[in-house]
Write a protein that binds this ligand. Structure first.
Ligand SMILES: Cc1cc2nc3c(=O)[nH]c(=O)nc-3n(C[C@H](O)[C@H](O)[C@H](O)COP(=O)(O)OP(=O)(O)OC[C@H]3O[C@@H](n4cnc5c(N)ncnc54)[C@H](O)[C@@H]3O)c2cc1C
Length: 404
């Protein structure tokens, strides 16, 4: 990669990583200590080729993970790999119909949401609540706005094999927890950039002589340019004098909070042990009309410990406090048609300020977070590092066409 001059990295937390967050779950009488990921967990080697290329570059060890899902309601359990119970004829029929509809759906405009599509075509509540809602919530975590996802984007996931109704999908995870790759990255950065950990930026001011960065510790430093690799709402709050287009574009990106709890309480899992899957959704009966109502539990079986869970809790979730290890609050970008329409290109580089990250540009996934950073680096004079990797280069070009 060519040089882009002297770089300083400001990070609010004491460690780099952000949504890459691995928790050490202490050993107990039955289990050994294990690392568990509560943010970024999985990538798809084919659909996320830039992430794959970065991990290869860093020589990080990864492992295959068979991703499948269980969805439970009042003792019955549906799985997307053929195990479990038959829920209803309506559900089976809608799965077949949805797979048949997918090639047509990919041509729908982004304005057609899943909700509108399903309402118009009379898809059953069982299909939404038991099956597609849980599958999507695994990837997008958000709840309220899940069915605002553009129908075409979900259909594309089905056609690419990233969303499956008939078997486990092969994803990959970083061995020993995702933080292993951040540690490698940080080690490489050390010689090339000044790392300012535990140093939240509180204000970004553009002036005639450059961009002034003010941090919570009272520091004030001048740079030629600043790249805000934070979510859009945070980026907007940092700008001392945002322009109208900056307010409009950054302000139009919506977020939804979530709380993930790491614990050892097996009650969130299906009663039948053989139906435990990587993602385990418990449908709540609270609102039978809701598209999605319930809680998701990730189960990342690690050698030495089969009983550590990560649950995206709801108000109805009950966990034994003695079995709780840690709690994590995140904020997720809501994906709707604006995500595919509103590009930040009109405000990129204005007064030397640039934006990247999965919660500002593109979709809130690791591949896009990475590509958005690479695109800014390229605009600032660095060369794209994976040009020899055809798959990665194609995906990067596509990302730039749609989102940069
Ligand atoms: C629970 C969960 C699970 C996920 N699982 C996956 C997955 O399996 N696969 C996948 O592809 N994607 C997953 N994602 C999506 C994930 O958000 C993206 O993959 C990606 O990690 C986002 O990276 P980012 O750098 O854009 O943002 P972040 O990781 O949020 O990084 C932003 C950084 O900026 C720092 N910061 C914020 N404000 C300031 C400030 N004022 N001053 C200085 N520093 C600041 C933060 O501390 C943070 O380190 C998941 C997300 C969540 C929440």
């Amino acid at each position: 990669m060519s040089s882009i001059g002297e770089v300083a990295v400001y990070e609010a937390n004491a460690e780099l990583g952000g949504h890459v967050c691995t928790v050490d779950v202490p050993a107990n009488a039955h289990s050994e200590a294990v690392p568990v990921d509560v943010g970024f967990q999985l990538y798809h080697a084919t659909h996320n080729p830039n992430v794959r290329a970065l991990l290869d570059l860093l020589e990080v060890q990864t492992e295959a993970v068979a991703f499948s899902l269980s969805s439970s309601f009042e003792g019955r359990v549906w799985t997307n790999d053929g195990g479990g119970d038959r829920v209803s004829a309506a559900l089976d029929g809608d799965i077949a119909r949805f797979i048949a509809d997918a090639p047509m759906m990919v041509h729908l405009p982004p304005q057609v949401s899943l909700r509108a599509f399903f309402d118009q075509r009379g898809y059953s509540a069982d299909f939404r609540r038991w099956c597609l809602g849980p599958i999507l919530s695994f990837w997008w975590v958000s709840r309220a706005a899940l069915f605002e996802l553009p129908a075409f984007a979900v259909a594309a996931g089905v056609l690419q094999g990233a969303i499956s109704f008939s078997g486990a999908t092969e994803y990959r995870a970083v061995s020993g927890g995702a933080r292993a790759y951040i540690q490698r990255l940080a080690a490489r950065l050390e010689g090339q950039a000044r790392l300012r950990l535990a140093t939240p930026v509180i204000r970004i001011e553009r002036a005639a002589d450059g961009v002034w960065v003010e941090d919570a510790g009272g520091g004030r430093a001048r740079f030629d340019r600043a790249v805000l690799a934070v979510d859009a709402a945070t980026a907007l709050s940092l700008l001392a004098a945002p322009s109208e287009p900056e307010r409009a574009l950054l302000g139009s990106i919506r977020f939804e909070p979530s709380t993930l709890v790491v614990h050892r309480d097996e009650r969130v899992m299906p009663a039948r042990r053989e139906l435990w899957r990587y993602g385990n959704f418990r449908v709540s009966s609270a609102d039978p009309q809701a598209d999605l109502s319930g809680e998701m539990t990730y189960w990342q079986p690690r050698p030495g410990d089969p009983s550590v869970f990560v649950t995206v809790i709801t108000e109805a979730t009950e966990l034994d406090p003695d079995k709780v290890v840690s709690e994590h609050r995140w904020r997720h970008r809501i994906i709707d048609h604006h995500t595919f329409e509103a590009r930040l290109s009109p405000i990129q580089g204005q007064g030397g300020v640039w934006y990247c990250g999965g919660h500002a540009v593109g979709l809130p996934v690791h591949e896009h977070a990475l590509c958005s950073g690479l695109a800014v680096a390229e605009a600032l004079g660095a060369s794209y590092p994976f040009a020899d990797d055809t798959q990665a280069a194609q995906a990067y070009a596509q990302f730039k066409t749609h989102f940069a």
